[in-house]
Design a protein around this ligand. Structure first.
Ligand SMILES: *Cc1c(COP(=O)(O)O)cnc(C)c1O
Length: 301
């Protein structure tokens, strides 16, 4: 809605968009469609921790750049981007800055004013709201073309009668997330650190992907050399453990994800990648059970 909307509204000013090569398909595929429609897109690379290369971003800026869209935090490897540095660069060049904050909302404090964010998208089900509802923040003064035609709901920006139950659910979820942010993130961080330290101790050949510091509190992502990720998932599933080999949105594919490729992970590692995401209801006992089963599976492989 926002990427296409901004592209179409500001196309007379320019047809160049900058994003990163580790975005979620929600952004990547949208940019690819825009490329087919005459827009040009620069995909900025990341370092081995998954952090955007700021110099490359600056160098990619052109006179006709109308939008920078960089995700707040990565869904696969959990890396949190230097959002304020990116927004400063965008502001300096008078370019609109949008961030896909779907992973960050509810897990990281966000202040669109302080951080200089012009547009932000979030999805309800990632912060315990119902599925099928999300929110888009757009700073006053920024325009975008509507992506569907019909009634004049939502200030003429999104046709169709609103999903009131979903909206109320999202509002409540945001209220709770805001109230509990500190205890929630501390709980997730404790679980994550407990998990990471135990894996590093018991499976020393495992490689932790993503940033060590600027990382989503509940995200852990490990690669195990010469292990097939899918097989690992099946075996964990048999033990009642739900995990992912990479992105939940591209599961079913055995090729290493675009994110693992972008951080330069060698293919013997990339194939055996496991993404574990902890949630509110998980406990330390869950982590111990997970580690015990994981160690057994890896040693048997
Ligand atoms: C889940 C996710 C999306 C897509 O949101 P849905 O509402 O599930 O389609 C977009 N970006 C990121 C970073 C995500 O994690």
């Amino acid at each position: 809605m926002i990427i296409k909307g901004i592209a179409r509204y500001y196309q007379d000013k320019g047809k160049h968009i900058i994003t990163s090569c580790i975005e979620h398909p929600a952004v990547l595929h949208t940019c690819q469609v825009l490329e087919k429609q005459g827009f040009e897109v620069s995909y900025i690379g990341v370092d081995e921790e998954g952090k955007i290369k700021l110099e490359e971003l600056v160098n990619a800026i052109r006179k006709d750049t109308i939008l920078i869209s960089i995700m707040f935090a990565n869904n696969e490897i959990g890396t949190i981007q230097p959002i304020e540095a990116i927004s400063e660069i965008a502001k300096k060049h008078d370019i609109i800055f949008h961030t896909d904050a779907v992973q960050a909302c509810g897990n990281v404090p966000i202040d669109v004013q302080k951080m200089g964010i012009d547009a932000l998208s979030l999805s309800g089900h990632k912060l315990y709201a119902p599925k099928g509802i999300g929110a888009l923040y757009v700073r006053n003064g920024i325009e975008f073309e509507r992506f569907m035609d019909g009634g004049h709901q939502e200030r003429n920006k999104r046709a169709g009668t609103e999903n009131v139950a979903g909206i109320v659910g999202l509002g409540k979820a945001c209220e709770l997330a805001n109230q509990n942010l500190q205890s929630h993130t501390e709980h997730l961080k404790d679980l994550r650190e407990h998990f990471i330290l135990q894996v590093q101790e018991k499976i020393p050949e495992a490689k932790l992907n993503g940033a060590r510091e600027n990382r989503l509190p509940g995200n852990a992502n490990f690669s195990f050399p010469s292990i097939e990720g899918e097989a690992l998932l099946f075996k964990l599933d048999e033990k009642g453990i739900c995990a992912s080999s990479g992105s939940a949105c591209t599961s079913g594919s055995t090729a290493p994800s675009h994110v693992l490729t972008a951080i330069g992970l060698p293919s013997e590692f990339a194939k055996g990648t496991l993404r574990i995401t902890f949630g509110e209801e998980n406990t330390k006992e869950d982590v111990d059970y997970l580690v015990a089963e994981l160690v057994k599976i890896v040693k048997e492989s």
